[in-house]
Design a protein around this ligand. Structure first.
Ligand SMILES: [Zn+2]
Length: 342
């Protein structure tokens, strides 16, 4: 996507960016904030195409000039995106950026640099970047993308024009999946509700076997309270074992997988708690399981549900801290059984 009009939602951010372009008052550095998958990089691309377009129309690239055509073909020479090299954006990447900024743009009026997941900059990289922001060379626009302002040095934040991007509404994501990807309405609705407002995540789930795996994780969670102790231990081992199957090279992937499992399980307890409190069906995430959920609310105690949500929250935090994943999953399963047994 390279046009502002193609971005789903985010009217406020789009209008703000287009307004600056139309008045020719473009700052040298932007800071785009918001969860991943809601259009930050798309907006950066739209901005880069528009400011370099030879005949822009109402704050949008024309799509036909040499610059726009090269942009759309993905070979525009003055657009760059820096991503973490491994877990972090390292100082060498910022040094390389600094070196490039010293030259005039090759083809366009502006060179645009997007720094994705800027919060992953090492402290050395962040300090080097700060130096660049203090004396930015002309004809360059730097765009930092991050989830939270708090994750960045305040001295960096204060030197950027902030633009905030909001999570997308369930209906917007549902309609987009139906129209653009031909997903059937019910499936699109489930993906949209599970996505926490991130179109990118909804798409990732759609394009993988996520929904199938989610069904398995939920069925196992549903059966857990009634299992005898030995059955619960068996299930705990199963979730711990998936790690071994994938091998140590895939530890990052397994960590993401464990996070997905915990998120799905937490959504289940959240749904039960909401239904018990008399919430309407439209607020339920796992609404393809609605009759099962309603049946389960009978005879289940709020205390167990709340403690299950807190337990999973704790496990997710431990996961962020890169604790022993198999042990963590094993413990979580056993504790969930204890909290919801009988
Ligand atoms: Zn153009």
């Amino acid at each position: 996507m390279t046009a502002f009009s193609e971005i789903l939602g985010q009217e406020k951010a789009r209008d703000f960016l287009k307004h600056a372009i139309l008045r020719d008052k473009i700052p040298h550095a932007y800071l785009f904030t918001g969860i991943p998958g809601i259009g930050k990089t798309c907006a950066a691309r739209a901005l880069a195409m528009t400011v370099n377009c030879l005949e822009p129309i109402d704050g949008e690239g024309c799509g036909h000039c040499l610059s726009c055509r090269r942009f759309k073909d993905g070979n525009f020479p003055d657009f760059f995106c820096i991503k973490p090299d491994g877990k972090n954006i390292k100082i060498d990447q910022i040094r390389e950026l600094n070196r490039k900024l010293g030259f005039a743009p090759v083809l366009g009026k502006y060179r645009v640099y997007v720094i994705s997941r800027a919060q992953t900059m090492t402290i050395e990289a962040a300090n080097a970047f700060l130096k660049i922001l203090e004396e930015p060379p002309p004809q360059n626009i730097l765009i930092l993308n991050t989830t939270e302002l708090l994750d960045l040095l305040p001295t960096i934040v204060s030197r950027c024009q902030r633009v905030s991007f909001q999570p997308l509404p369930v209906k917007g994501i549902t309609d987009w999946l139906v129209k653009k990807k031909g997903v059937d309405v019910e499936k699109a609705g489930i993906l949209a509700r599970l996505s926490n407002g991130s179109l990118g995540w909804a798409l990732d789930m759609y394009e993988s076997d996520f929904l199938q795996r989610r069904k398995e994780w939920l069925s196992q969670l549903i059966s857990l309270p009634a299992l005898p102790k030995t059955g619960a231990v068996e299930m705990a081992f199963k979730y711990a074992d998936e790690h071994k199957k994938k091998g140590p090279d895939d530890s990052g992937q397994w960590q993401a997988n464990a996070m997905d499992i915990l998120t799905v399980w937490q959504s289940w307890y959240r749904d039960l708690l909401l239904l018990k409190a008399g919430a309407g069906d439209h607020l339920i995430i796992n609404f393809d399981f609605i009759s099962k959920l309603k049946k389960m609310t009978e005879g289940i105690k709020n205390k167990g549900l709340i403690n299950s949500i807190l337990l999973i929250d704790q496990s997710q935090q431990e996961l962020h801290r890169m604790r022993n994943v198999p042990l963590l999953m094993e413990n979580t399963v056993l504790q969930l059984q204890r909290l919801n047994h009988g």
